[in-house]
Design a protein around this ligand. Sequence first.
Ligand SMILES: *[C@@H]1O[C@H](CO)[C@@H](O)[C@H](O)[C@H]1NC(C)=O
Ligand SMILES: *[C@@H]1O[C@H](CO)[C@@H](O)[C@H](O)[C@H]1NC(C)=O
Ligand SMILES: *[C@@H]1O[C@H](CO)[C@@H](O)[C@H](O)[C@H]1NC(C)=O
Length: 809
Amino acid sequence: MWDCVYSRSFCVLSLLVLSCVCNVTGQVRYSLPEETSKGFVIGNIAEDLGIDIKRLRSGRARIVAGDNSAYVELNTDKGTLAVSERIDRELLCKQISPCSFTLEMILEKPIELYEVTIEIVDINDHSPSFSKEEISIEIRENALQGARFGLDSAHDPDVGVYAITSYSLKPTDNFVLKYETHSDGSTNIEMMLQEPLDREKKEHFALVLTASDGGNPPKTGSMKINIIVLDVNDNAPVFTKKRYKASVAENATAGTFIIKVSASDADKGSNGEVMYMLRDMQEGLFKISEISGDIILASGILDYETAKKYELKVEAKDHGGHKDTCVVIIEVIDVNDNTPVISLTSFTNPLSENAPIGTTIAVINVKDIDSGVNGQVSCTMDKNTPFVIKSSLRNYYTLLTDQTLDREIHHEFNITIIATDEGSPPLSTTKTINLRISDVNDNSPVFEQTTYTAAVFENNSPGVSLFTVRAIDVDCCQNSRVSYLLENTQVNGAPASSLVSINAESGVIYAVRSFDYEQLRRFDIKVRAQDGGSPPLSGNATVQIIIQDQNDNAPQVLYPVQTSGSVVAEIVPRSADIGYLVTKVVAVDVDSGQNAWLSYKLQKAADRALFEVGAQNGEIRTVRQVTDKDAVKQKLTVIVEDNGQPSRSAVVHVNVAVADSFPEVLSEFTDFTHSKDYSDNLTFYLVVALAAVSFLFISCLTVIISIQVYRWRKSRNFYQSSLPVIPYYPPHYADTGGAGTLQRVYNYEVCMTTDSRNSDLKCVRPGSQSIISLDSGGTLTLPLPPREKPMFDDTQVRSLSNSFTYFCT
Ligand SMILES: *[C@@H]1O[C@H](CO)[C@@H](O)[C@H](O)[C@H]1NC(C)=O
Ligand SMILES: *[C@@H]1O[C@H](CO)[C@@H](O)[C@H](O)[C@H]1NC(C)=O
Ligand SMILES: *[C@@H]1O[C@H](CO)[C@@H](O)[C@H](O)[C@H]1NC(C)=O
């Protein structure tokens, strides 16, 4: 219907055109929409040209010329022109508008040429289309506002109103579309940046560009535009925290991980790469990994006691030079790595052994530079000592005595003090202090025995050592230095010091003089040992000295009395029987024991001896009858011998008269009598001697008394002096400075009686003191000339009684 109306209007127009063509019989023009289906009747050409149908047939009408004649066909029967093939205007004419083609229809008989123009009218059969469905555009995020980006235009083969009329872009948040159509029909489409981009906010944009044509309804075509925002390093790294806190033990080794810091950079790729570094390097203590941000300990020399806290400044930087900093606070954790230190603040050493219980010996200070419980120290010591340790102030301890001390048991102590802290594990220190105990004179010297017995043979040489006493003092040093003294006791009225002396240092007891068993058989002395303490202490002991006998006395004949002047004879009557007791020799020996055991014998017996002597009793008896041949005057020599080793003997002469009457005896013995002169002289000498003795005796007594008084006063002075102790020597000993006893020079005075009958006085006398030797037998020794020795060598004073010797000392 529509087509029909349409074609009619064209027909009218065609007729007008045809009238102007000269060599063409007729012209007709048709307008035809494209894309009509096959067989679509374009128009009734016969009618439009005014040609009869029959004529068409007879004229064998046909379309002869025209490139596009294939599109149409002529129906001669109906006189119509129809579409024989689909006509696409865009194919036929491209963009040329209007689009038409011309056909020629020829008739024969007569030949007639008709021109048929067929115009193809466009229909909106194409949508706008883009050459690409999707494009990508990369834009740096820092692109300026107003930047333009060219886009491809769309294409629509339709023409005229059906061509592209408008474009649109969606969404329009950041971009707006700018386009202009030039006179040549080309279109310039641009996209303009309106709002700045930020990759960090939005990295991708998906836009759609739509092209619309002018159809009704319009047809559209669209293209996706992917916009990729390219990163620009426009962001600095940012630490996740401004302050980090971490802790590390002070004994951590190098390489210990401490903390990881991290900064983020919103940029992408290499722009977002962050490098970490420490700003103020703390003596190289810490290291940071440039890439990971791990902070580790560079060297394991942390010391809580030196630094408790470190503050590091860490910088994060990207490749564009953007930076951020943060602070890392690293706290050092204390580890119990310091042992306590013990120091003595005061120390009393040595300590006196009489220190009372509770005496402070030492003040001890303990220190531990660790903190907290690691630095809390307690002090202990071993229990088995007489000491205790007490805490006085914080970190101060005092060491006190807990028991009484005795240097004689323990002279030193090693006190071990242990200081332990409360760390885990605890650390401890020990300190040993060596305490010496000083001596106090609390022990007296003690003799090894309370009573000693020493024996010595008489006639000992003066100065011989008799015995050694020893006392021990368990104290120390000066307090144990023992000196020996002789107590001032009396022996038979004489001071003990006149008999013995003692070496103050060695305790050796020496005889001062030679002892005589016959005068003194034993005596006791008291010795004292005194130490060097202040005040000194002493101990004592008794020494009994026993003098042993020696055979130093020869037997003495008591009867018959031997005189030099008179002759005594025993008378034996001639008629005496065998065994007649003539006389008895009586002898004694002042020695004792064997030394005093006497035996008698005749010195030389004649062939036919008339007498014999009883070996045990000394009785002289006849052994035969007296004969006439026997002389009147018989002289017997009897030897009295003791049993000592060696033995000593005495000889006694016994005159025997064998007679019956006294006159006979007398006549025989006249030669025995002494002259009267001799006898008178003797009497005179005796008187003189007696007077002299009496005088000397009195003088001597006076001297003795004076000396005794002087000595008493001197010894009093000596014993009164208390300090210091001076080794004691008998007053007559002079110490010549020699330390040893043997070097001492003893000045002694000795008189020895070697024989009781022959009183040999041997006096050695270096000084000028007087010795008076008084012999009861009447021999007088006068004061001696000085420095003369020996004085009485071989001077024999014959006496019947023992000699008495006085020593003026
Ligand atoms: C640090 O000290 C603690 C406690 O004393 C101990 O357990 C740890 O093993 C020590 N570490 C090192 C590395 O010595
Ligand atoms: C104390 O220690 C010292 C030195 O180590 C040692 O010579 C001494 O014998 C010790 N004393 C005691 C009583 O242990
Ligand atoms: C001698 O020692 C005893 C104890 O051993 C003492 O009783 C006495 O008094 C002492 N004698 C002297 C004279 O010191």
